[in-house]
Write a protein that binds this ligand. Structure first.
Ligand code: NAD
Length: 325
């Protein structure tokens, strides 16, 4: 298959390894300055030990990147409305667009698949999501993920195109549930980083993961997702990895916030996209719209945007009215 990866950052490069391994042609598209740097250095600074696979064509030209059967959208979420419309005329009925970015479209307050479907010319949309750090996928460390699409054929094609001996892909028809799990886990990861940064232990982390998936599931069900999706790879699976791994930027951001850094200083220190920050805001709007209680998401919003101290946020979570589980 001819494939194009739109946004050739760490995740795009890791996925290119799988596609090349499976014999597909790969074009990596990104902005001109970054493509020039990649051509010169042959590596991405966030994935320093991983070379660009042989045979990958790098380009900053949309027309040159448009000749593909399958597009992978691997931009940071914030960049999607800026960069994806240039490709929309090429997202035609016979094409598959696989979203691997994790987040929500902030200005329109919709899911990424809804946004891409609105701007596309009728392509089939899928997401590939689950517990999968680029650093580990690029090294061939065993990983399992979910390909979800409302089009069964598209989910199966994505499964076949990406599956390797170390990368196992399951399919699902619950696009909504898979997307919401992948986006919202980043907000809970900020909370897990805060918990560790405040010096709390395993009990607190387990509580955040468990109560985190409870509130993600509540919102997902209210929106029409299948409850069981949140117990799977794109829900609990991704939440565990992102709350416990040193690779997680959202966890690191939470950790820095807990140590007294401002949001601005935290984002500068991390450098790359911390998706949970924008997702937190949009998730709160979704919670209001669907009238769903999301206490962790609410407190994270107060810490991020209202200068509430992480300690006070934890205290308020613990002091909530006693409830049934
Ligand atoms: N890194 C991972 O392990 C991983 C795993 C699964 C999912 N994801 C998701 O994939 C997405 C990308 O993550 P990443 O880690 O690869 O981030 P990244 O910052 O390494 O890559 C994003 C790429 O988008 C490009 N980009 C940004 N704005 C652009 C624009 N306007 N025009 C053209 N290109 C632009 C950047 O140059 C960059 O190369 C995120 O949503 C993330 O949550 C990442």
């Amino acid at each position: 298959m001819k494939t194009t990866i739109i946004g050739f950052g760490s995740w795009g490069i890791a996925l290119a390894h799988l596609l090349v391994q499976n014999g597909h042609t790969v074009t990596g598209w990104d902005n001109p300055a970054y493509i020039e740097k990649l051509r010169k250095n042959g590596i991405n600074e966030y994935l320093p030990n991983v070379a660009i696979p042989d045979g990958v064509r790098l380009t900053d030209n949309v027309e040159a990147a448009a000749d593909a059967d399958l597009f992978v959208v691997a931009l940071s979420t914030k960049a999607i409305p800026a960069a994806a419309p240039a490709f929309s005329q090429y997202f035609t009925q016979e094409k598959i667009v696989v979203i691997v970015s994790k987040g929500l479209e902030e200005s329109r307050q919709i899911r990424l698949s809804q946004y891409l479907s609105e701007i596309s010319a009728g392509c089939k949309i899928a997401v590939l999501t689950g517990p999968s750090h680029a650093e580990e996928v690029a090294q061939g460390i065993p990983t399992t993920v979910l390909a979800a699409s409302e089009c069964e054929e598209a989910a199966k094609i994505v499964q076949t195109v990406f599956s390797t001996e170390s990368f196992r892909v399951y399919t699902s028809s619950d696009l909504l549930g898979a997307e919401m799990g992948g986006a919202l886990k980043n907000v809970i990861a900020l909370a897990a980083g805060i918990s560790d940064g405040l010096g709390f232990g395993d009990n607190a982390k387990a509580a955040l993961i468990t109560r985190g998936i409870a509130e993600i599931t509540r919102l997902g069900i209210a929106m029409g997702a299948k409850p069981q999706t949140f117990a799977g790879l794109s829900g609990t699976g991704d939440l565990i990895v992102t709350c416990t791994s040193v690779h997680s930027r959202n966890w690191r951001a939470g950790n820095l916030l807990a140590k007294g850094n401002s949001l601005e200083a935290t984002l500068t220190e991390i450098g790359a996209a911390v998706e949970g920050v924008n997702t937190a805001k949009t998730a709160l709007s979704f919670a209001k719209k669907y009238d769903v209680e999301m206490p962790i998401v609410e407190e994270i919003n107060r810490v991020l945007f209202e200068n509430k101290s992480p300690k006070a946020a934890v205290a308020d979570l613990m002091r909530r009215e006693p409830k049934d589980e």
